[in-house]
Design a binder for this molecule. Structure first.
Ligand SMILES: CCCCC/C=C\C/C=C\C/C=C\C/C=C\CCCC(=O)SCCNC(=O)CCNC(=O)[C@H](O)C(C)(C)COP(=O)(O)OP(=O)(O)OC[C@H]1O[C@@H](n2cnc3c(N)ncnc32)[C@H](O)[C@@H]1OP(=O)(O)O
Length: 228
């Protein structure tokens, strides 16, 4: 799945730059130690900026779509979306060993146990990576169950590697395995997931948004236009 924005999409490109700046803002908030007066002053500026952005609002984040070049793109996704400041964003690529892989470096913003990454953040990344692994194997689907084994604490501020691969299918059910590991391959978190092609999607190509009816199980609702 690509999150790339091409020339001719300067508005989207500007939105992605804004999202990146917002990530840096969030990082700064997580670790700032400036005095109270500065905190109050910055908050006032941010309140004004938030009002400017809210002047014209969409109904939903940037949509799941077929992007330039024919690849699936979801700029609003919470894990991979370049236009979503909550997303790291994780950049997923095909793994030479099969399946998918992503290099990821968590940040202080992701803290759970002091000095370490929150287990829910690791699970979120693995959920998406496993979902992508079954999708590229031809089984675009929704997570039914996700089992996580936390083998060692996950540090932030260090490059890590996340990988996942489709393992098997039975009818509409598919399974995938994945892990987050140190660059030397030492596993930190392991995951197994059961993914199910929703009955509502049967007979349709879920990578073609035109074939999906808004409101399908789990399907992102359509952009409903501006409400501002
Ligand atoms: C994020 C983008 C999503 C869009 C994806 C679309 C296209 C994808 C293309 C590319 C995508 C690339 C990447 C995708 C990346 C990430 C994926 C992230 C995925 C998520 O983060 S997604 C959010 C969390 N996920 C949910 O929000 C699911 C809520 N839920 C439902 O939407 C339904 O519940 C559903 C669809 C699961 C089943 O509904 P259904 O009506 O189709 O099936 P039904 O109930 O008939 O069950 C049939 C058989 O499955 C068994 N079964 C049912 N549910 C089970 C469960 N939970 N665990 C174990 N077994 C289960 C039954 O026991 C029966 O088994 P049996 O046949 O043996 O009796």
């Amino acid at each position: 799945m690509t999150t790339e924005v091409t020339t001719g999409e300067s508005g989207l490109a500007a939105l992605c730059v804004l999202a990146q700046q917002t990530r840096e803002l969030m990082d700064a908030v997580a670790v700032t130690d400036v005095g109270e007066g500065e905190l109050v002053a910055v908050t006032a500026e941010l309140t004004a900026l938030t009002e400017r952005l809210n002047a014209v609002r969409r109904g939903t984040p940037q949509p799941f779509e077929i992007g330039p070049g024919g690849t699936v793109r979801h700029l609003g996704n919470a894990v991979t979306g370049a236009a979503n400041p909550y997303a790291p964003p994780v950049v997923i690529e095909a793994s030479p060993e099969g399946g998918v892989r992503a290099e990821i470096s968590f940040r202080p913003l992701h803290e759970g146990p002091p000095g370490l990454v929150h287990g829910g953040i690791s699970a979120m990344v693995l959920d998406h990576l496993l979902g992508q692994a079954v999708a590229v194997a031809g089984f675009a689907s929704m997570t039914g169950t996700l089992t996580i084994r936390y083998r060692a604490p996950v540090p932030y501020g260090r490059p890590l590697v996340a990988t996942a691969e489709y393992t098997r299918a039975e009818g509409r059910k598919t399974w995938a395995d994945g892990r987050i590991a140190l660059p030397d391959g030492t596993p930190l978190v392991e995951a197994t997931g059961l993914f199910i092609v929703p009955s509502a999607w049967l007979g349709r190509d879920p990578t073609d948004p035109a074939q999906l009816t808004p409101g399908d199980a789990g399907w992102p609702p359509p952009v409903t236009g501006q409400d501002g």
